[in-house]
Each structure stands twice: as C-alpha cells, then as structure tokens.
Design a binder for this molecule. Structure first.
Ligand code: SAM
Length: 375
C-alpha cells in the first residue's frame, strides 16, 4: 500500500466508494502524494512529451503564435496561456526563440504558464526568470480571468484531466466506482453519481453498446467552456492524443481508453500503486468542440501533429532545427528527433491538433489551409 492508498482506503471505509474521477484526481493531484506533485525528474521513467524531444517543437509553435498575433492585427499585448505547463520546458523554447528570432512579436508577447502542481510551477518560474524580469513571462495556478487577445495552448493536458467511468449493464448506463474490500481496491457499478454523465453522451449522440466501458470527461468539457468564456479574441490550440466521438466510442474501444503508465509500461491496472503511476484517457475532441461552442469557440481546424508541424516547418525546410556551432553528429541527432515528432509511426499520427477561434480575426492561419475541418 502506498501512503495515498492508505488515505483513499480510509476515505472509502468512512464515506463509501469513490467515483473514478475523484480517485483519479487524488492519484494525480493529491497535494502531497499525487503523481504530478512529485519531483518532475522522476517522470522520464514513465513518459516523455513532444516538448522533451527537441526545442524545434517549441520553435515551430513560436512561429504559429506569431502568425496568430499577425492575424489578430498585431495587438499591443498578445497573451499566450500555456495550460499544464509543467516545469516550463516548452515555455523556455518558445520564449528563447521569440527573443532572438521574432523580436517584434516578443515585444508584444506575454506568456503565462499555468500549472496546477506547485512544485512544478515554482520550477517553471525559476527556469524562466530572464523572461519574467523582462515582463514577458509569469507563472500562475489559474488561467487569467480575461484574455483580451491571445492563444490558450495545451500539450498533453486534457488526457490528464479526471474522467468518470461508465459501463452499459442490462441496457442501463451504470457508473464504475472505486471500492475497497478485503485489503484491495476494486471496481463496483452503481447508478450514475450525476445526471451530467448521461447528458454528456446524449449531447454527442453517443449510444454505447451492451457491456461497453467508456469514460465521460466532464472536467475537460467544463474546462473548455470556461476557457472560451475567458478568451475575448483569439485561439485555443490543443495538442493531445484522442479521437472524435464516433471513433472513440466505436467497437474498437469496448473497454474504454483509460491507461496506466509506469516505467514506460502500459497497463489497465488502475488500482496498483495509487499516486505512483500516471493515469490517462484519450481525449474526446467532439466534446471539446461541442462544449467550446457554448462559450463562442468555433472550430477552425483539426489535423495530425504530422501535418501540423510539416505546415509550420516546411517553409524554411526546418532551418530552426539547428543551433549555431553544432557538429554534424549533433545535426544528425536533431534530424532524428524531428523524425520522432513528425513520423506517422512516432508521435506524428498519435497526436492530434485542434484549433478553435473566437472573435474577429483578419485572416486564417497557414496551417488552417492544411487542416481538414471535421464534419
Ligand atoms: C502530462 S503533463 C504535460 C506537461 C507539459 N504540457 C508537456 O508537454 O511536457 C500534464 C501537466 O498538466 C498539469 N495539470 C493538470 N491539470 C491542470 C489544470 N487544471 N491546470 C493546470 N495544470 C494542470 C499537471 O500537473 C502536469 O504538469
């Protein structure tokens, strides 16, 4: 039993089974024992993200943010809010690149790194002191209440938001709760804890089959609506792995998409070592679009990371991949890292990019031309 397992078992003994969303929230975000509350270094043992692969990911994004700024008519202040910014690795890549290569945009840029985990946020603030002193960076636990003009960006945030789990039993939608009996955690089905779960599926026209398990990402839906409320004019750019509802809840996903990651091993043992393994569920892009519309976010495009990065990098043949003074061996390594980001069998096709926009924009973005609109 991990320390968090002891706490959760005691909570269940006193108050009854937990929704999976509550269980997942504690496992990932408990202030002391949560997976994301621990030292960031340990996570490379479990997973890495595009931002960890090579700074080119952030450099290409910097170019995208600059184009957004242009498309909004070069507002005096352009705010990039990165939600789930971790220790600020991507923020460093974006801001360093803007400061040296895009000085006019950098003058207008205010980058806010939003991070729920206090130790990670503190690390981000320490790592980005130079840009903070120059007035271009701030760390925050919350998305700013008002973003006059800018872009709300996230990479691998939504898959880490807590989800409810459901299953269809004898034709009825039931919720899968987490119980603790005979010294171990186990799943127990019962009526839904909130009617918002039934509404979640009905709104998207999703009818699950007998025996099918699925996740309801209520927190992600509320999150995107709130983001739309706070953004007055600009874009929401989401990069994550997932599908539209028609695919996410089809025959190929009868067990749902929830997975546990530990030591680069993937499993469905969600109850092993609470707080010491990562838990993720595939993102439902239909839900992000549907709940985004409620606060004025219109879908501008949807594509794979492959197409997105190619559209951003092909113009100058990925010249920004290289740093001055690099040896040929280092340049070869950089090309291999780029391949990891772009190759369809690497991260390229696994990750999807959703672009939403709100308010008047002067012209579309280059990537929108290559981005197919979903039905
Ligand atoms: C999988 S990590 C991705 C980190 C980073 N975006 C990257 O690409 O390396 C997810 C991060 O989102 C943070 N997070 C989760 N929910 C959040 C929320 N509601 N607001 C801000 N950060 C959140 C977690 O603490 C964690 O650092």
């Amino acid at each position: 039993m991990t320390p968090l397992a002891e706490l959760l078992a005691e909570r269940i003994r006193r108050y009854g089974p937990l929704t999976f969303a509550d269980y997942m929230r504690e496992c990932l975000y408990h202030p002391v024992h949560g997976y994301y509350s621990k030292a960031e270094q340990t996570r490379f043992a479990d997973y890495y993200t595009s931002a960890d692969v090579h700074p080119i990911f952030g450099r290409l994004l910097a170019g995208q943010f600059a184009e957004m700024w242009e498309s909004l008519g070069r507002p005096e202040e352009f705010t990039v809010v990165e939600a789930g910014a971790g220790v600020g690795r991507l923020a460093t890549h974006v801001l360093d690149f803007c400061a040296t290569k895009l000085p006019a945009f950098y003058d207008s840029l205010r980058y806010v790194a939003v991070e729920r985990s206090a130790p990670r946020s503190e690390q981000a603030i320490a790592n980005l002191k130079r840009h903070a002193t120059a007035g271009h960076f701030a760390g925050s636990a919350e998305i700013p209440a008002r973003i006059a003009a800018g872009c709300l960006f996230s990479n691998e945030l939504i898959d880490a938001l807590p989800v409810h789990r459901v299953v269809v039993e004898s034709g009825a939608l039931k919720e899968i709760f987490v119980d603790f009996r005979d010294g171990r955690f186990l799943s127990a089905t019962a009526p839904l804890s909130t009617c918002a779960i039934a509404e979640y599926f009905a709104t998207q026209g999703v009818v699950l089959q007998e025996g099918q398990c699925a996740e309801a990402g209520l927190e992600a839906s509320d999150w995107i609506t709130e983001v739309g409320r706070r953004l007055e004019r600009g874009y929401v750019l989401t990069i994550d792995y997932g599908h539209h509802a028609a695919e996410l809840f089809d025959d190929h996903h009868m067990r749902g998409t929830l997975l546990a990651y530990q030591n680069h091993r993937v499993s469905e043992d969600f109850y092993v070592s609470p707080g010491e393994q990562d838990l993720t569920a595939h993102v439902n892009f239909t839900a992000l679009e549907t709940w985004g519309k409620r606060s004025g976010l219109e879908t501008a495009g949807f594509t794979s990371q492959t197409a997105f990065l190619l559209a951003l990098g092909q113009g100058n043949e990925f010249a920004d991949l290289y740093d001055e003074g690099q040896t040929e061996a280092e340049r070869v390594r950089a090309r291999l890292q780029l391949k990891t980001l772009i190759h369809p069998e690497g991260m390229g096709e696994r990750f999807q990019v959703l672009l939403q926009q709100k308010g008047s924009v002067r012209r579309g973005l280059t990537v929108c031309g290559d981005v197919s609109r979903p039905d």
